[in-house]
Design a protein around this ligand. Sequence first.
Ligand code: ADP
Length: 480
Amino acid sequence: MKKVLFAAAEAVPFIKTGGLADVAGSLPFAFPPEDWDVRVMLPAYTCIPAPWQEAMRDVTHFDVWFNGKYRYLGVRELTHRGLHFYFIDNEEYFGGPAPYTDYMYDIEKFCFFSFAVLAVLPHLDFRPDIIHCHDWHTGLIPPYLATQFKYDPFFADMKTVFTIHNLKFQGICGRDELRSISGLPAELFAQGPLCSGSCGNMMQGALHYADAVTTVSQTYAKEICTPEYGEGLDRFFAERRDRFWGIVNGIDDSVFDPATDPALKRHYDVSRVKSGKAAAKASLQKELGLDQDPDVFLLGIVSRLTDQKGMDLVLPLLEKLTGGPCQLVVLGTGEKHYEESFRLMAGARPNKMAVVTTYDEPLSHRIYAGTDAFLMPSRFEPCGLSQLIALRYGSLPIVRATGGLKDTVRSLDKEGLNATGFVFEDYDVGGLNWAIELAMKTFFGGKKTWEQMRRNAMREDFSWKRSAVEYSKLYEQLIE
Ligand code: ADP
């Protein structure tokens, strides 16, 4: 039995502020339990809901020397759906109303978390072969393992994998502050692995010391080796290109399933897609006050309304998308000028366009089900979940060829009848317009091609199992 410990700052169902929680709380369940013992370690935030707190039992506690004094370090544990979850307990660091609080204090608390993950391991009845670290919060685990902990035979041959979910946040602070808080050896900071100039950088430490680094799609793994996408770390990615993997995320196929989705009035699967989608379209048009016309081309957007998501390319095309035989539905929150521009157009053409600027999970499911096509013209996209959900619900994605979008949508112009969507290359309005034109031509001109593409889309496998197979190949390479 091979053993893997996930270390992360958040995981569903205990604590979630973003997509990291979905990965850390879903992926561990996708490994076959007869081959892999995967466990998860999180901070024991006091803001974790009470029923979970009550289910935890204390495993052990002791004091450790960290950042200038002895501090309490406890481990708590619970079993959820058959998996072990450990929680690093220290109320001083993990108290408060939210997991992240003050930026500088967050740096200190996740230095402590990285240190604590290793410090508690010899006290558990679980010795992982691999520690799989997620995002900057766990960035110091590989450097600690390579320095302070390497002399303890318990840690001999233990390997680390570091996965980047969000490159925007790297755990950057002053070099001297990071050195003093972490207690890591001074030579790591003399223009060494943990700093650039006067800045300390926790993620950079992981890139240097982890045995393997991954990110959430193959294309994004290549893109971040360039200055345009690398957020200042492109040099480090490029240097370790040979040990750099791209593994696409999954979606929970029991939650995102048009055959059982409680948000839908009428369920469908690939064998009943035509009638199922028609019913979902009629019901969405009714719910949002659009003309109830089965023959229009109904496009959807469910997104943060930001530049990253390509909203600046959508605005100039609003006339087109709400004129003629098209309708547009937008669900999203974000930058005010986008919210206002969308609202203005929807106000002028309420029978052709609807905008909802709240976060509404059930409505998002009805949009994936009720639309013919889904717009996602992102400037960059590490993986992207929305296009995976759209595929599963038979709404054909119109996407830009970047990151995970490029890796998960097969374009009609290149793939013919194997296609699942429409993909444009250059980040400009002309490119998006070209892809929308192609989608419309296919929708109105050749129903057979459209229906074939829709079946292809719904048959794609983006379950977590598929991601787990890729991660297990990586783990096996490291362990052998
Ligand atoms: P990102 O994490 O960069 O925002 P992703 O495509 O990876 O983009 O994930 C976005 C997720 O959030 C999708 O599941 C999408 O359906 C959901 N989502 C985004 N905005 C809303 C909203 N306003 N209401 C409901 N769900 C939303």
